[in-house]
Design a protein. Structure first.
Length: 332
């Protein structure tokens, strides 16, 4: 079903334009130093644009939004943000409180002063790399954020297109929660720090991920909290710091740290690894330490099972043993 949309042409005095756009969709079309934002009429009340025609697009998704007009293809009734066009001085900034989809539809976006895409939404964010389209995201040198593609929530990459990312500040791709990859082609061509950095866990099911020219690790997976859950069924509510790969091709070269660094364990159960798998760094996690060190006395231990006299002052991971059981894993 198609409805009329509003084309936001000026900051306060929007100009109505009769045209057609899919329900639940916001189109952002970049053209140099300007951008046109088109909002489907069925979600206009939930989306506000404060950036006018600027190529630095700022969108706030209303906290009251909980999905509308659910369909087979959009079973949660979420808002879909479709990005296209190009700008050498632009960005896409989004705040919200409900999961959404960001479609990269052949967009070429460089932000000299921050992330190219900055999503401050702690829910599930689907990043759909559109089929037969190539999108490129590049950031500027600024230490106030973590990635050229910076996402606060759960991040799921999908689609059959290609995404190129350059991280000139810190990481190329950063997610404050887990990352899952399916089907799409992701190329990290350079990053000051890690190519991909996430928390909770990383899971690659299929697709092609190629990472090169990073100052630190190819991929780093951290715990989000202080206590590991270990692997969970279907990864629901998992915070293990684990890396999983069951399919696809992962290629890495010219990295400054390790190919993969994980606070938990690194699990290859399929796919092709085009890098030295010995050039990885993993930590046993609570479960392995618990089974191997059941006879330990109460106290503080490092990951080699050595008892420490006090809490370490330097950056490290240590484990607290209570009644012979590993209770907490702490990352400083």
């Amino acid at each position: 079903m198609r409805k009329l949309f509003i084309s936001i042409l000026t900051c306060m005095a929007g100009v109505l334009s009769a045209n057609a756009i899919e329900d639940n969709t916001v189109e952002i079309i970049y053209n140099g130093n300007t951008a046109t934002v088109n909002i489907a009429s069925n979600i206009m009340q939930y989306v506000s644009v404060s950036s006018g025609t600027s190529s630095h697009v700022v969108i706030i998704q209303d906290a009251s939004f909980e999905g509308v007009d659910k369909t087979t293809d959009n079973e949660d009734g979420e808002i879909i943000y479709n990005l296209s066009g190009s700008s050498t001085d632009g960005e896409f900034y989004l705040e919200g409180s409900y999961k959404c989809t960001v479609e990269l539809n052949g967009v070429d976006l460089t932000n000299p002063s921050g992330p190219a895409v900055n999503i401050q939404n702690g829910k599930r964010i689907a990043v759909s790399v559109k089929k037969d389209k190539t999108s490129t995201l590049t950031d500027g040198a600024n230490e106030n954020y973590n990635g050229a593609l910076h996402i606060k929530g759960h991040t799921k990459f999908k689609g059959k297109g290609t995404l190129n990312v350059v991280g000139n500040s810190r990481h190329a791709i950063y997610s404050k929660e887990y990352i899952e990859v399916k089907n799409c082609n992701i190329n990290v061509t350079a990053a000051v720090k890690d190519g991909i950095h996430c928390k909770e866990y990383f899971f690659m099911e299929s697709g092609n991920v190629k990472i090169g020219n990073t100052g630190d690790d190819g991929i780093q997976v951290e715990l989000d909290g202080n206590t590991s859950t270990g692997q969970m069924p279907s990864h629901e509510d998992e915070d293990s710091g684990n890396f999983y790969m069951t399919g696809g091709t992962l290629s890495m070269a010219h990295y400054g740290g390790s190919a993969i660094k994980a606070d938990g364990t690194i699990n290859f159960n399929g796919g092709t690894q085009d890098f030295d798998k010995d050039d990885t760094q993993q930590y046993a996690g609570i479960e392995n330490v618990q089974s191997a060190q059941r006879q330990l006395l109460n106290g503080i231990y490092d990951l080699q099972g050595r008892r420490l006299s006090a809490v370490p002052q330097h950056r490290c991971i240590y484990i607290i043993i209570e009644n012979g059981i590993a209770k907490k894993i702490i990352r400083k």
